[in-house]
Design a protein around this ligand. Structure first.
Ligand code: PLP
Length: 386
């Protein structure tokens, strides 16, 4: 006998991603399963943090983050997201976007409350909600363009619904929400008096001229939206654990309190690095889009040549591929076989869906050095010739 642990956690979905990463390591394969970039961090960001460490900025920061970073975030929000916010009262620096999401959800939720996620969803959102005793309610996006089914969305709202989560651009399908779709979501939030939590961590990873629109800028949404983003992807510093939340002062204050209770603050010297990084020129973001669009296209061609059907992402750095044409069975079996035959790891889609739709899909990450991605592409193309 041993004391009982938190049973809610039995429902967490992580195992496939970790299992594929472990299996990939065991065979020395190319890991396109995990969503992290192995490309270098911008020198400005590195230098900002190194100087802060040398200057002994090593104690706790204010719970809402250092003023330099909050001011830089407010400037960035105004310039890039068209969202004016007060760095003193409306910005909280968090332990990654993940810490921001947890703090935001905790600030809003009572046990038993519901939050709507668009499916395929980012499993960390679902897990955080389950961990907090809330119910994630999945609303399936429709077709290859991942359209929002307005009727299904409206029907999913109940008396317990607290918020709609909008991951934009969306991991895993790479959908970029168009303004008219966001307007319809906004109208529903206003009509049914709901909050919205956005996750905009891939806001700079946009292809084919797609534009990023922040939900908080739409009519009626400023006071009910918690905008979350972070630096993990933009500056390729996933291990630094730096993100942020923007919300009206009443909400931001609560999120700051939760942030303090669980994390105290985000890593102080690294906050200086991110503040410095926000001064990079426009060309950094242009180059990012162009180079990742090339990576996307390379992977899409290879996945197609391997015999799968790729969904071409409009944003993010993932590509979903439908596996049925391979004739290798469900996605979990196909992922294993792909690793065994080609030495390339992808995540089976079960992680992103409630039901068995995930058995049709694999997710590949293309945030890799060109040489690594080219080798993965060669291996995938070989599968098609087998
Ligand atoms: N949000 C989404 C949609 C992600 O895909 C990821 C990482 O894969 C994160 C958040 C993690 O962000 P952070 O490293 O800032 O916690």
């Amino acid at each position: 006998m041993s004391p009982r642990m938190n049973r809610r956690l039995d429902d967490f979905t992580q195992s496939d991603l970790r299992a594929m990463t472990r299996a990939c390591r065991a065979v020395g394969g190319i890991n396109l399963a995990q969503g992290l970039s192995d490309l270098p961090t911008h020198p400005l960001v590195q230098e900002g943090a190194i100087e802060a460490i040398r200057a002994h900025h090593s104690t706790y920061s204010p719970q809402e983050g250092i003023p330099e970073l909050r001011e830089a975030i407010a400037r960035k929000m105004r310039a890039d997201n068209r969202l004016a916010c007060d760095p003193e009262t409306e910005v909280v620096v968090t332990a990654g976007a993940t810490g921001g999401f947890t703090a935001a959800a905790m600030a809003l939720l009572d046990p038993g409350d519901e939050m709507i996620l668009f499916e395929p969803y980012y499993p960390y959102h679902r897990n955080a909600l389950i961990g907090l005793g809330a119910a994630p309610i999945a609303v399936r996006m429709q077709g290859d363009r991942c359209a929002i089914d307005d009727d299904a969305l409206a029907a999913a709202v109940t008396d317990r619904t607290k918020a709609i989560v909008v991951c934009n651009p969306a991991n895993p399908p790479g959908k970029v929400f168009r303004r008219d779709e966001l307007e319809r979501i906004a109208r529903l939030c206003v009509e049914r008096d709901l909050f919205a939590i956005t996750d905009e961590i891939y806001e700079y990873y946009l292809y084919d001229g797609n534009e990023h629109v922040s939900l908080a800028t739409l009519p009626g949404m400023r006071e009910r939206t918690i905008t979350i983003s972070g630096f993990s992807k933009t500056f390729r510093i996933t291990g630094w654990r730096l993100g942020y939340v923007v919300a009206v002062p009443e909400i931001a204050r609560r999120i700051g309190v939760v942030n303090d209770a669980f994390y105290v603050c985000a890593p102080t010297p690294l906050q200086y690095g991110a503040a410095r990084g926000l001064g990079v020129g426009r060309s950094y973001y242009v180059e990012l889009r162009e180079s990742y669009q090339r990576k996307r296209d390379l992977l899409a061609r290879a996945v197609e040549a391997a015999g799968m059907r790729p969904l071409i992402p409009e944003g993010c750095y993932y590509l979903m591929a439908e596996v049925s044409r391979l004739g290798w069975g469900d996605a979990r079996t196909a992922a294993r076989k792909l690793l065994d035959t080609a030495g390339v790891a992808a995540v089976p889609g079960r992680a992103f869906y409630d039901g068995d739709e995930g058995d049709r899909w694999l997710r590949f990450c293309f945030a890799k050095e060109d040489a690594v991605l080219e080798e993965a592409a060669r291996r995938l193309e070989r599968v098609g010739r087998m």
